[in-house]
Design a protein around this ligand. Structure first.
Ligand code: UDP
Ligand code: GLC
Length: 398
């Protein structure tokens, strides 16, 4: 008897694993900003059939290697184009990108999909797609607005995304809407939030007393701020708010000036001195133990003065079970249900932030209950497994 052939009905469609789609991820940064940490979690899922190509060397490469993700640094030369750059600076930057473009084109031939995670990666990816015809995906981690981009850069992103990509993954509704409003093609957009492994953020309570002791805050009310030091991340707003709080309220600033904002770092240190807050503020620099530090805080404050595209730190605080107060703009309003899973304050309003700190001090039981509700909800809504499935699905679609 002949062997019976299995039918390939709708429920037997090949999965992404069966396709074993090989992905070339492109990212311009050697430093671990939120977009890079999001990419790290996605690339982990494809580590046996992907390469992350970086346009700069740095600690992000080390983090990828530590997670057994194949990585290659395409150039050691700095590329001097910024989000606010004009046309002329853009052309000079394109010249600097030339060696990266050549290498990317060579690499792309061995992959099925090019996945651009940043703007410069989109430029390079578009050229590599043009030459090799490999489909291009753009992961949009930004809000396209004058707060973040020059008009030249906004137009360039929209043009490249509309003409060269098959798919634009937006990290929030707010980012998607800004893209469409700037002229982006709505049919290309899929909204996929960042994903997280809840277990990495839980069960750190036993480490809390030692950590607080080491940082000299055993008996104080600690407000943590977790972000790179950058004017629009608004660390200065928390310093202003501290003035209106009792003396036992202290602040830990976790994060460094990742993208050259050293003047802002100095400005913050000066502000601490001017306000006489020296014994209530600690700058801890960039840390790899964010979950432990968040668990040790009484409240996490997010203070961005411009709309935040997504805001990983908000979800991370929720997963840690620490109360969160955040600036109500951009993707943040999609993450927090005010009064249920956290608090929202108008961006830039230090007095309002101080009011929330007072409320948490006065009613710690309510703060704890809200934080617990947030932990339960975030563990489901932003679970990495579900997000990876969504990404698999949209990649299969192309
Ligand atoms: N982060 C970190 N160490 C630090 C400060 C921040 O690992 O010292 C991480 C933080 O946990 C979060 C990311 O950096 O995952 C920042 O992402 P977010 O989306 O909040 O902001 P972005 O910097 O991308 O605008
Ligand atoms: C960008 C955004 C941030 C977002 C991250 C991950 O760095 O500034 O808001 O959370 O990407 O998508």
């Amino acid at each position: 008897m002949l062997p019976v052939k299995k039918s390939r009905g709708a429920c037997n469609l090949p999965t992404a694993d069966q396709f074993a789609m090989k992905i070339l991820f492109l990212d311009q940064s050697g430093k671990p900003g939120g977009a890079e940490l999001c990419l790290l979690d996605i690339a982990k899922h494809y580590r046996d059939r992907c390469l992350v190509a970086l346009f700069a060397d740095g600690t992000f490469r080390e983090q990828l290697e530590a997670n057994q993700i194949p990585v290659q640094v395409l150039t050691t030369q700095a590329i001097n184009v910024r989000k606010g750059s004009n046309m002329l600076q853009g052309f000079i930057g394109l010249g600097q990108l030339a060696p990266v473009i050549v290498k990317t084109v060579q690499l792309a031939r061995s992959f099925d999909v090019i996945y651009a995670n940043t703007q410069k990666a989109l430029v390079v990816g578009a050229i590599a797609h043009f030459v090799t015809h490999r489909p291009l995906v753009y992961h949009l981690h930004d809000i396209l607005s004058a707060d973040h981009f020059s008009s030249t850069n906004q137009r360039l992103i929209v043009y490249l995304a509309n003409h060269f990509t098959k798919l634009v993954i937006a990290n929030s509704k707010a980012s998607a809407e800004s893209f469409i409003q700037a002229g982006g093609d709505p049919k290309k957009v899929e909204i996929i939030y960042n994903g997280f492994s809840p277990e990495l953020y839980q069960n750190h309570l036993s480490e809390v007393p030692k950590l607080r002791q080491e940082l000299g805050s055993a008996q104080q009310f600690v407000v943590g701020h977790f972000s790179r030091l950058s004017p629009w991340k608004g660390q200065h707003i928390l310093l202003e708010a501290l003035q209106h709080c009792p003396a036992n309220v202290v602040a830990w600033f976790v994060g460094d000036a990742l993208f050259g904002e050293t003047a802002y770092k100095q400005q913050l240190q000066q502000q601490v001195e001017d306000l006489g807050l020296g014994d209530r503020v600690r700058f801890l620099g960039f840390r790899l133990d964010v979950p432990q530090l968040m668990a040790a805080c009484d409240l996490v404050a997010h203070t961005s003065t411009a709309p935040e595209p997504f805001g990983r730190v908000i979800v991370e605080a929720m997963l840690c079970g620490t109360p969160i107060v955040a600036s109500a703009a951009g993707g943040v309003t999609e993450l927090i249900e005010p009064g249920q899973t956290g608090w929202l304050t108008p961006p830039g309003e230090a007095h309002k932030l101080a009011e929330i700190i007072h409320q948490c001090l006065a009613d710690p039981d309510r703060a704890r209950a809200i934080a617990q509700a947030a932990q339960t909800s975030a563990s489901q809504r932003f679970h990495l497994d579900a997000v990876n499935q969504q990404i698999d699905r949209v990649l299969q679609g192309i």
